[in-house]
Write a protein that binds this ligand. Structure first.
Ligand code: SF4
Length: 338
């Protein structure tokens, strides 16, 4: 979804026009962020660089969800299932594991829990060196009960770092009961897209809903609206101001690509997450070389490897020669100790 909730991501058609949105640098002990409006039409033609451990690999499962969230752009990718292949996805997982054996994998959709047998095959293909995340609605679906899905989480509790369950303030998906979400056997997080005219007066009740199960919440901004200029903008960010009024603001961390504003509500950790609608930054390093700095790689439903949410193919041979840099995620203000 231009907003990623269960994995969908919204994106702008010309998302790559600005290629170097942020620069982080230290002046003494103070982290400064410099905005750059440089436009580089040669984006995606440079050597690859990524963070130590490797870029996150997002796997689009070859199964659709049963929902129609208004902010979703993934839905159209599931309209035509020809070419979708678990076998091809398994091969691409093996390629990515061989290049970056410690990167994170995210399974998204569509709906990963739509076909448990195939999800099991894909999970089994990811060696234990990787962290694995699943974005899901934890759906109500025919032929597969909530208890079967919970059993799946129990059997795979050692393989899954976190299951992110979409539960929005406005109800767009058919929701299994909260008690079912509370019984998931792995660490769990709620993803909540705050879309357009969301009812801000319901935020506190919403936090109480998940505090009951001690499940942290990640609120999400409409990614189609995120730009390098407003990524770190605070005063005119309605969502941020609504959250600051109702919860205790703790601090901000972030990198060139995305950030998180952290809140506490009676011991419940909540984050407000913003990210750019693309995942490659073009930047010239201290070595004088201009790199495509990759944050997210994609394995599509047909196994195709892509280097960005914008549909750019991944040059696998070039990625085998990727240069690594320390992860540029920093605490920018306050305390982030959750
Ligand atoms: S639940 Fe389905 S329709 Fe809604 S955002 Fe996720 S993939 Fe899109």
């Amino acid at each position: 979804m231009s907003v990623r909730c269960c994995g969908g991501k919204m994106r702008k058609n010309n998302a790559q026009k600005c290629v170097s949105p942020l620069h982080f640098f230290f002046n003494g002990s103070k982290l400064l962020i410099e905005f750059c409006n440089r436009t580089d039409k040669t984006a995606m033609s440079h050597p690859y660089k990524t963070r130590e451990g490797g870029a996150t690999v997002t796997v689009f499962v070859p199964y659709d969800c049963r929902n129609h969230c208004p902010f979703c752009i993934n839905k159209r990718e599931y309209a035509d299932c020809s070419g979708f292949s678990v076998e091809a996805i398994l091969k691409s997982i093996a390629v990515m594991d061989a290049i970056t054996p410690y990167c994170d994998f995210v399974f998204t959709g569509g709906e990963p829990f739509a076909q448990l047998d195939d999800l099991q095959r894909m999970l089994d293909a990811v060696p234990g060196t990787h962290k694995v995340y699943i974005n899901t609605t934890f759906p109500v679906q025919p032929g597969c009960s909530a208890e079967e899905m919970l059993d799946f989480t129990r059997r795979n509790a050692d393989k899954i770092s976190c299951i992110n369950v979409s539960r929005h303030l406005q109800r767009y998906v058919e929701e299994s009961p909260d008690e079912v979400v509370g019984a998931i056997a792995t660490p769990t997080r709620i993803n909540c897209v705050l879309y357009r005219n969301y009812p801000s007066d319901q935020l506190t009740a919403y936090a109480e809903r998940w505090r009951k199960y001690d499940i942290p919440v990640q609120f999400r901004y409409d990614y189609t609206e995120t730009t390098p200029e407003n990524l770190y903008e605070q005063e005119n960010d309605r969502i941020l101001q609504d959250l600051k009024r109702q919860f205790t603001y703790k601090g901000l961390d972030g990198c060139r690509m995305r950030n998180g504003f952290h809140f506490d509500y009676k011991g419940l950790h909540m984050t407000y997450h913003k990210t750019l609608p693309y995942s490659t930054i073009v930047e010239t390093g201290e070595d004088g070389v201009t790199y495509d700095i990759l944050y997210d790689l994609l394995i599509k439903q047909n196994g195709e490897l892509q280097s960005d949410w914008t549909g750019e193919p991944l040059d696998v041979e070039k990625y085998r020669r990727v240069v690594y840099e320390p992860y540029d995620l920093h605490v920018i203000e306050g305390i982030v100790d959750f």
